[in-house]
Ligand binder design. Structure first.
Ligand code: 6LW
Length: 506
């Protein structure tokens, strides 16, 4: 069987997977973006479709004043056959902490949050043979020597602990033990974790025990997945894994990894990778310890064909689909759609505020990509602007937009990199209807516009300035986002987005 990694390209970190019968479901972190926790479905582990988002209401996901790369961290998804429900447990690090929601159908609606009073991030649930739920997170208790992770049974209806949380195995001593998951197989309980930090020293380690609450003995082959000593490789930071059994006795791991551009820069974020799990002496070794590659060949006779979606188009006539996200909770009055397109009304907030400007973002999934946007915007006041941004975070974005000054309409390219704001181009244009085009390769973005049938090249920008490595607090990845702003005032004019095309060529 052959397939290409990443199986889900673009910023979808901390993936977690579960299976019910022949259906697999996968979730990922979403941080300051709304709706939160995208959920995907697959029948074969290599073809994935986003079927919704778990957190679609403000009552589930309050992102007010949430800093960049805060908000929702590392979710886990589990199916409980005892009540035939799916559970998604995660952390809103900015307010309510650890909580879970449940649903009959993974596409939604998901319940209101049920809080669990344990600190730490990366919560996970394990349902034992009796259907009792055990909650684990990377909770640290300063008074407990073995701290690092704590687990306890909970009442799944209320989230209340049935017993005091117990410290579990703490890892092999590396930095940032996190991402714990518990599995039962071969007469053992396994505790899988990530260590080394989510950057280039990332790794996956494991321990096992005959009893659920220990003692866990570490695997002699740890780490069972890492590229930390393969720094020349295109794929780095592999770690934060979750395992699934496919119903035929084969085990698989999904985990995050990054595709680097030059040095260790990466801007697409942490993406979802897949590898087979091989067993040695009842220890699961991911990809038999071999390197994780883009082109994978697995020794399983399966005629699965991976159809990678390379094109996405919309005319917005039915609004925005599951893939699109707002920056924090959307503000009323900023968005509407009809059969002629999507309308954004700029509020006072800008892309450079750590807040909720009028913004709809689509993840960049390919290093080599193209987007095209047909839009119409007639600003009535000089402060009003609308266009498309290549967005990493509030102080890391490239904006390609229409605005006006006195009686002239301009098309501009602005770069915001840390505390530097630079207008690279400002071109007077005679039309308020334009097609904006951005092409990308590994190292650069190229900005073009088609105005009255004539294509012009406006400028270029370096991908490394919208990367994790150029930023602090950067757990996300680049988005192409349509936006509008009144730059300090509510806009009196709507921007109309008529057509959006994304093409990926990786
Ligand atoms: C997440 C942690 C991590 O909670 O990064 O890769 C944090 N690992 O497990 C944010 O994504």
């Amino acid at each position: 069987m052959k397939y290409k990694n990443p199986i889900i390209p673009g910023f979808y970190p901390d993936s977690s997977i579960c299976r019910k019968g022949e259906d697999y479901y996968l979730v990922a972190s979403s941080f300051e973006y709304f709706p939160g926790v995208p959920i995907f479905h697959s029948k074969d582990l290599v073809n994935w479709e986003q079927i919704g988002n778990c957190l679609t209401r403000k009552s589930q996901l309050n992102l007010e004043n949430v800093e960049s790369s805060a908000g929702i961290y590392a979710p886990t998804i589990r199916y409980n056959p005892h009540d035939d429900l799916f559970y998604m447990v995660t952390t809103n690090v900015s307010n309510i902490g650890n909580f879970y929601v449940y649903a009959k159908e993974p596409s939604g609606e998901w319940s209101e949050p049920i809080l669990v009073e344990q600190d730490g991030i990366d919560p996970s649930l394990f349902f034992d043979d009796e259907g009792v739920a055990h909650f684990i997170s990377n909770s640290r208790d300063a008074n407990v020597e073995k701290a690092g992770f704590r687990m306890a049974p909970i009442d799944i209806k209320t989230g209340k602990f049935l017993k005091p949380p117990m410290p579990l195995w703490g890892g092999i001593g590396s930095y940032a033990p996190e991402a714990p998951h518990i599995y039962q197989a071969n007469g053992w309980f396994y505790q899988l974790i990530a260590e080394g930090g989510t950057e280039i020293n990332h790794m996956v380690t494991i321990a096992r025990s005959r009893e659920l609450y220990g003692n866990y003995e570490p695997c002699p082959f740890n780490p069972i997945l890492t590229h930390r000593d393969k720094k020349w490789h295109f794929i780095q930071a592999v770690g934060h894994a979750d395992l699934v059994e496919d119903g035929n006795g084969n085990w698989w791991a999904v985990f995050l990894g990054v595709r680097i551009t030059q040095s260790f820069f990466h801007h697409l974020g942490r993406e979802v990778f897949l590898a087979p799990v091989n067993w040695a002496d009842d220890w699961p070794i991911i990809n038999a310890g071999k390197l994780i590659e883009i082109d994978m060949e697995v020794n399983i006779n399966d005629n699965i064909i991976q159809n990678r979606k390379t094109e996405y188009k919309t005319d917005f006539r039915t609004g925005i689909s599951h893939e699109w996200v707002h920056l924090r909770n959307p503000l009323d009055g900023s968005y509407r759609h009809d059969e002629n397109g999507l309308y954004l009304t700029g509020n006072a907030l800008t892309l450079t505020d750590e807040a909720n400007p009028a913004f709809v973002g689509f993840r960049q999934r390919d290093l080599d990509s193209l987007i095209e946007i047909d839009m119409e915007f007639t600003p009535k006041a000089d402060c009003e602007e609308a266009g498309v941004t290549v967005f990493y975070k509030y102080d890391s974005h490239f904006d390609f937009y229409i605005s006006k000054q006195d009686k002239t309409t301009y098309l501009s390219l602005r770069k915001v990199v840390g505390d530097i704001t630079h207008i690279q181009s400002k071109i007077p244009v005679n039309s308020n209807e334009v097609t904006l085009k951005i092409k990308s390769d590994r190292l650069k973005y190229y900005f073009y516009a088609i105005i009255e049938g004539v294509e012009i090249f406006v400028g270029e920008a370096l991908t490394r300035f919208v990367s994790k490595e150029a930023n602090t607090r950067a757990f996300t990845g680049t988005l192409y986002a349509l936006y509008a702003t009144g730059n300090g005032r509510l806009s009196s004019s709507e921007a109309r987005f008529i057509r959006f095309l994304y093409q990926g060529n990786d």
